[in-house]
Design a protein around this ligand. Structure first.
Ligand SMILES: Cc1ncc(COP(=O)(O)OP(=O)(O)O)c(N)n1
Ligand SMILES: Cc1nc(C(=O)O)sc1CCOP(=O)(O)O
Ligand SMILES: [Mg+2]
Length: 225
């Protein structure tokens, strides 16, 4: 290997909240333990109604309870679907899907500093357009079956490989990811692994899940000497 070989930064974990949270104080306590169990780059507040719409009240309540705490651990907090709520909560960013506010419009609303993430599903074309429009990362998925979101489309790890070879904007992998199935996505080039049920529904608990993910990430760390 020569000095000029590019070594991409280590893949990191991007946590997504469960879609419904009954006990906010209990969740905040569990989250704090989870964030100290291993490296976590981001936390997305994704609270949904049974119909799959953003639950604004729940997002506001959970966001108020956890945003400052997560930020104090160096974790970037992103709000799903609502740029307005991201601003209101002093979050670090917003994640936008195909039915959400267009990236360009959201950029005007949140300003130049806030992170904007964009869903690309399995489309490199959509991902490139999102990048041109000002997104800071694009998310490909779903790589594995998931019960967390209905109507996902299947994505192949090739997408990550091609993206990593040709584009500079970071790419996130999402959909049914667990510590057991993550290796193919890490080696294909995911900059981040976005995970919900693989952490919150882990039989040994969320902190153990984060520790397990980090063991896999440590083992495959391409930036380590
Ligand atoms: C990191 C990340 N990637 C993709 C999604 C999905 O966003 P979207 O398609 O808008 O679907 P909902 O999450 O709103 O149901 C995401 N939230 N985060
Ligand atoms: C929110 C979301 N978006 C997806 C997409 O493919 O765009 S898959 C998904 C669900 C992520 O949760 P889990 O880790 O429990 O599968
Ligand atoms: Mg959305």
């Amino acid at each position: 290997m020569t000095d000029t070989d590019y070594i991409r930064p280590r893949t990191r974990l991007y946590l997504i909240t469960p879609p419904r949270i009954e006990d906010v104080d209990g969740f905040a306590a569990l989250l704090e333990t989870t964030l100290t169990a291993g490296d976590v780059a981001c936390l997305q507040l994704r609270l949904k109604t049974p119909e799959g719409e953003i639950d604004l009240d729940a997002t506001r309540t959970v966001g108020t309870a956890v945003t400052e705490m997560a930020q104090a651990y160096g974790v970037a907090v992103l709000v799903n679907d609502s740029p307005e709520l991201a601003v209101e909560l002093s979050a670090d960013g917003v994640h936008l899907g195909w039915d959400d506010m267009p990236v360009k419009q959201a950029r005007e609303l949140v300003g130049p500093e806030m992170i904007i993430g964009a869903t690309a599903k399995n489309s490199r074309h959509v991902a490139m357009k999102a990048g041109e429009d000002g997104a800071d990362y694009v998310a490909f998925g779903a790589f594995y079956p998931t019960h967390t979101k209905a109507g996902t489309v299947e994505a192949s790890p090739d997408l990550l490989e091609i993206w990593q070879e040709s584009m500079e904007i970071p790419c996130v992998a999402i959909g049914g990811i667990t510590a057991e199935n993550a290796e193919a996505l890490i080696t294909a080039g995911a900059d981040f692994l976005a995970v919900s049920s693989g952490v919150w529904n882990h039989p040994a608990g969320a902190p153990a899940a984060v520790a397990e993910f980090n063991k896999v990430l440590d083992r495959l760390d391409q930036s380590a000497s």
